[in-house]
Design a protein around this ligand. Sequence first.
Ligand SMILES: [Zn+2]
Ligand SMILES: [Zn+2]
Ligand SMILES: [Zn+2]
Ligand SMILES: [Zn+2]
Length: 359
Amino acid sequence: MDNLVDPEELVDTEEGKLLKFQCNLCDTEVVHSMTQLLLQALATASVDKTTGDIFKSPSSVAGGMKTELAGYMIQRCEPLPESMDGHQVRSDQLTKASTLPTEFLSDLVDDFVTSKRNMMSHVSGFFSSESRLNKIKDFVQKLETENVWAEDERKATTDAILRKIDVKCTFHCPERFDTPEKLAEHESQCKFRIVNCTNDGCAVSCCAVHIEKHDSICPFKLLPCEQLCEQQVMRSKMDKHCETVCPMKLINCPFYGVGCETAFAQCSLDRHCSGFLQTHLMYVVHVITRQGASVNDMDQRLQLLEKVQSLNELSGALDVRTLTLVTKEQESKINKLEKDLKAQETKMKKLENDLRSRK
Ligand SMILES: [Zn+2]
Ligand SMILES: [Zn+2]
Ligand SMILES: [Zn+2]
Ligand SMILES: [Zn+2]
């Protein structure tokens, strides 16, 4: 867009000068969300218009749809004739348009998209179906990668719409000047000029009018320590600082384990330790005494254990003796059996001899 103004609006009423040079700056955040909205509208209308149509795809209608959508938006943003809708409706719309331009545009987009739905897409449940939403999402991406509606072109359309509906000049700059020098001077001060965040390490840039809002959340902003040590700490590193290196971090006394339950800022460690030297020594002595007692106790336990051990060995020995006895018993039984067997054998031999002599 160039900076030349519509000839009808050129004259400064007070001084009669020709104001040919206009500041074209506006709220980039609002313009960005509006241009995204237009792209979404184009995708939705193209998908809805061609649903179920075997001869047309969203891509085949997107070009014509784009021109139609831009024309429709500009036309709808012309001031409404008062007699048509009555004063109340018109003033409500103007209020919405001038305070919430993105929402106002969204209403117009809905009207446009609804008017483009074809018969096939009226099948019940279609508009809330996931497949439609996915189709639209995919098509938005396609429009972006194929640059069907160039961003510059979309921005120009958005700009034109914003200048029509933002009657209170909240989101765009209305200033005009009679020389390019004066315009340039103004642009360097305009509240919609782009400024960089000045916090070290931050790469954000935005309209001057929003920089304060950014500064209040900027992760690189240096802030006084929350625990009131003397350091300046980056917002994003505050938690870690407070939990680790901050001199004001509360810590337990290193003699906590032996009985000193005092907590203090870690920078006071030396002062505490030298101030409570005697107390700490007392705690340590107590612990040593207690440990001495428990060493005795351990000794006694050890002795007991040893006794138990030797008793166990003794009972093991007893078992061996029993076993020997049992073995001996068995052995004598076997011996007796062997003797019996021999006696039987002798008897048999005697009987045999007797039989032979009788023959
Ligand atoms: Zn300006
Ligand atoms: Zn920043
Ligand atoms: Zn600190
Ligand atoms: Zn202590």
